[in-house]
Design a protein around this ligand. Structure first.
Ligand code: HEM
Ligand code: HEM
Ligand SMILES: [Fe+2]
Length: 448
């Protein structure tokens, strides 16, 4: 770590991990309600638990990106962050807004529209915090060295903020409401967030493999191009049944195929760079996450996404447990693992120690990844059965839910194991370390 303002990342990572724990605990609670339907029905209804689960996810992922930007931008720009005070203010506002959202959900105050349930004033606060961030990092980049990595990251963060503005537009016409809703929900994760993912991976690859920046950046251009080209019109796979014109059936189906490409390219990229470099990096755990992330993203987003993207399949599978299976593995593989990779890489430097607790951290990797894969499989089986019974046989929704009980118990079990993995990871990352403190840990890749 060369610049003192990189330390700003540390409180962001701590806040992110705290909310990660809240998120997965809420997930277990939601999964318990699935198996014991009357659990907490009066005091904390399912839809509130679900809101806390999904909102905490999005908020902590964003906190992770902010922290990563504060860590990465100084090294790329070769100068300190423009204003540490603004970074602290931003953190304070963002976390306050997140807590305010949770409290209002608990009191039953929310706006509906899945993922965007935050009360209006909370949304305004989130935008204010986002603008403070954009001002702060843009000033840093503008005044310093400009690299492809920091430009792509900035593009991603600006795009994420601009697209969030569609959360404020909620037309009465239900078809239009849904159309704009997907601008946020789809264009984030299948467009602009892929830029954030690619740039953070690029930084990790540059630092850990020692491969020339020029080579890594060439791939970055290709991935950014593929992501934007496929993701923008890929939104069509959400426009099949909401009242939009029929041509979306074709556009959505065809562009969904292309959407697999950026994820596949990221797998090739990461493995190729690591093997090409022929070097070792002392932070083995960070390397594992950096390779695991694109693989799981490829399966979760690419394979599980494409599986139900053709309009003639989606006609049957729409809104079933198949969707939830895909949502879990895609979010975990792409964005959760991305952040956990970055934390694993940056935390030893932020704490001024050699990479520490690596075995424990890697246990966290395997426990979380295996249990998430298991959860995805159980939900996929449940979804296929549900699709058949509901859309082919024509049985009633609640009657089918009873048939799926076994799958819901298995999902709950894998969820509990996942939480154990998350606790392992958080303990490894933030808990005590036996390694000696040194002001400049040696983190250069070494020859094999
Ligand atoms: C990391 C990237 C991705 C993430 C995080 C993600 C996440 C999600 C989530 C959470 C939903 C559920 C939305 C809702 O109805 O509440 C969803 C739906 C969907 N996703 Fe993705 N996704 C990703 C990439 C992809 C890709 C690449 C494809 C296609 C190749 C795809 C195809 C779909 C389709 C077709 C649906 C609608 C399912 C339905 O009709 O119920 N997704 N995605
Ligand atoms: C990092 C890990 C996790 C991620 C990224 C994640 C992500 C998500 C997402 C995106 C949704 C909305 C799905 C959709 O609209 O289709 C969701 C819902 C849900 N999640 Fe998770 N989740 C995680 C962990 C867990 C855990 C550990 C459990 C425990 C069993 C869990 C249980 C649930 C339940 C029950 C729902 C509601 C599903 C429904 O409404 O039918 N999640 N989660
Ligand atoms: Fe999508």
């Amino acid at each position: 770590m060369k610049y003192s303002t990189q330390k700003l990342a540390y409180p962001y990572f701590i806040a992110a991990l705290a909310l990660f724990l809240v998120q997965v605990l809420a997930g277990v609670l939601a999964g318990s309600v699935y198996t014991l339907p009357n659990l907490l029905a009066e005091s904390l209804p399912f839809h509130i638990i679900r809101m806390i689960h999904t909102n905490a996810l999005l908020i902590w992922l964003l906190l992770g990106y902010f922290g990563a930007a504060y860590f990465l931008i100084p090294e790329e720009s070769e100068r300190d962050i423009h204003s540490p005070k603004i970074a602290w203010l931003q953190l304070f506002i963002f976390v306050f807004a997140a807590l305010a959202a949770v409290v209002s959900y608990l009191m039953g105050i929310h706006e509906g529209r899945e993922f965007l349930e935050q009360p209006l004033w909370v949304k305004v606060l989130l935008v204010v915090a986002f603008l403070l961030f954009l001002y702060n990092v843009s000033m840093t980049v503008l005044k310093g060295r400009k690299t492809v990595v920091s430009t792509v990251l900035l593009l991603g963060m600006w795009g994420a903020a601009l697209l969030f503005l569609f959360a404020f537009y909620n037309p009465d016409n239900l078809a239009l409401d849904k159309m704009y809703w997907w601008y946020v929900v789809h264009l984030w994760v299948e467009g602009i967030w892929e830029l954030i993912m690619a740039s953070m991976l690029a930084f990790l690859l540059i630092k850990m493999t020692g491969v020339d920046r020029e080579v890594i950046e060439k791939w970055l251009y290709v991935i950014v191009g593929l992501a934007l080209f496929s993701g923008l019109l890929g939104t069509g796979h959400h426009y099949y049944w909401i009242g939009t014109p029929g041509y979306w059936q074709w556009i959505g189906s065809l562009f969904s195929i292309l959407e697999v490409l950026p994820f596949f390219a990221m797998v090739l990229w990461c493995f190729h760079m690591v093997y090409r470099s022929g070097r070792n990096h002392p932070n083995k755990a960070a390397m594992l996450w950096t390779l695991g992330c694109p693989v799981m993203a490829f399966f979760g987003a690419g394979v599980w996404g494409l599986m139900h993207s053709f309009s003639f399949i989606n006609f049957y599978s729409h809104g079933t447990q198949i969707t939830a299976a895909h949502g879990h593995m895609a979010f975990y593989g792409a964005y959760v693992m991305l952040n956990l990779a970055f934390f694993t890489y940056a935390l030893p430097q932020l704490r001024s120690v050699q990479p520490y607790n690596q075995v424990l951290n890697m246990w966290g990797f395997w426990v979380m990844t295996a249990s998430m894969a298991f959860m995805t499989f159980t939900l996929t089986f449940a979804g296929v059965l549900q699709t058949h019974l509901q859309r082919v046989v024509g049985m009633g929704f609640m009657e089918i839910q009873q048939q799926l009980d076994l799958f819901y118990w298995m999902r709950l079990l894998s969820g509990i194991v996942f939480v154990a993995g998350a606790i392992l990871y958080i303990y490894a990352a933030l808990g005590p370390t036996k390694n000696q403190v040194s002001s400049s840990p040696n983190l250069q890749p070494t020859h094999k």
